[in-house]
Design a protein around this ligand. Structure first.
Ligand code: DER
Length: 226
C-alpha cells in the first residue's frame, strides 16, 4: 500500500544516518520494522560494526532476523535511537505506545544522544489527543487507576488481546489502559500527572526528547529538526 511505501522510504532514510561503530536504539512498530531491515542490509553490504539495543520482543526478533547483533543498556550508551510514533505535534511531542512498547521505548529513546522519529505524514497533528494515550499499569491497579483517569477527564479502556483472550499483557507483564483525552494542549503537564498516579508504570506521551522527525509523504521526505 502507499502507506507502506512511505514507511519504507523513511525507514531507509533513517538507516542511511547510521555510522560504523554506533550503538543504535531499535524502536518498535511497523515503520521501524523497515528501518531495522534496511540497517541489516547496510551492515551486510558495507560490513558495518553496529550493535542494536531493542525496545521490545518484536524489535529483538526482527533485529536477529536482520542479522543485527544486539546488546543492552547495561553495557553501552546509545548513540542514536530510531523509533516510530502514533502522533507528532508541532513541538515534536509524541504519543507512542500503539504497540504497547512505550515503557522501554521511552527509556531507550530518552537515553540516546540523538533520538530520530520516523513517520508517514498521517501521524502529523496540530494537537496530540486524537490517539488515546496508552498508560501502562500494574494489573493490581486496574480499578483504582481507571477511576483516577476518569476523574482527570480521561476515558480509559483496557486494551484487550486479539489472538489472546483477556487483556493485552505487555513485555513487562502489565496491562494497558488506552485513555482518550480531549485536545492535549499541555503534553508536559499531562505526562507528569499520569506518571505520578500510584500503579502507573509509564505513559505514551513523549515530550522534549525528539531531535529529528523524518516524515514520508507522497510528495517526498521532509526532515524536521528540533
Ligand atoms: O508502539 C509504538 O510506540 C510504535 O512506535 C508506534 O508508535 C508506531 O507504530 P507504527 O510505525 O506501526 O505506526
Amino acid at each position: 500500500s502507499n502507506k507502506n511505501i512511505l514507511k519504507d522510504n523513511v525507514g531507509k532514510k533513517a538507516a542511511d544516518l547510521i555510522k560504523d561503530g554506533q550503538i543504535v536504539g531499535l524502536g518498535t512498530g511497523s515503520t521501524t520494522h523497515y528501518f531495522i531491515r534496511h540497517l541489516g542490509e547496510r551492515i551486510k553490504n558495507e560490513d558495518l560494526n553496529i550493535l542494536g539495543i531493542p525496545t521490545s520482543y518484536q524489535s529483538l526478533i526482527i533485529a536477529r532476523e536482520a542479522g543485527i547483533n544486539t546488546t543492552t543498556l547495561d553495557e553501552y550508551d546509545i548513540d542514536i535511537a530510531v523509533d516510530g510514533a502514533d502522533e507528532v505535534n508541532q513541538n515534536l511531542d509524541l504519543i507512542k505506545g500503539g504497540g504497547a512498547a512505550h515503557t522501554l521505548e521511552k527509556l531507550v529513546d530518552s537515553s540516546a544522544k540523538e533520538f530520530v522519529v520516523i513517520v508517514d505524514d498521517s501521524k502529523m497533528v496540530r494537537d496530540l489527543g486524537e490517539f488515546p494515550v496508552p498508560v501502562e499499569i500494574i494489573p493490581e491497579a486496574l480499578r483504582v487507576v481507571k477511576k483516577s483517569l476518569i476523574d482527570m477527564g480521561g476515558k480509559p479502556e483496557l486494551r484487550m488481546g486479539v489472538q489472546k483472550d483477556g487483556p493485552v499483557i505487555t513485555d513487562n507483564g502489565n496491562f494497558i489502559l488506552d485513555t482518550k483525552f480531549e485536545k492535549i494542549r499541555n503534553p508536559q503537564k499531562l505526562e507528569k500527572e499520569l506518571n505520578i498516579l500510584p500503579g502507573v508504570l509509564e505513559n505514551g506521551i513523549f515530550t522534549d526528547l525528539v531531535d529529528k522527525v523524518i516524515v514520508g509523504s507522497p510528495s517526498g521526505i521532509k526532515e524536521i529538526d528540533r
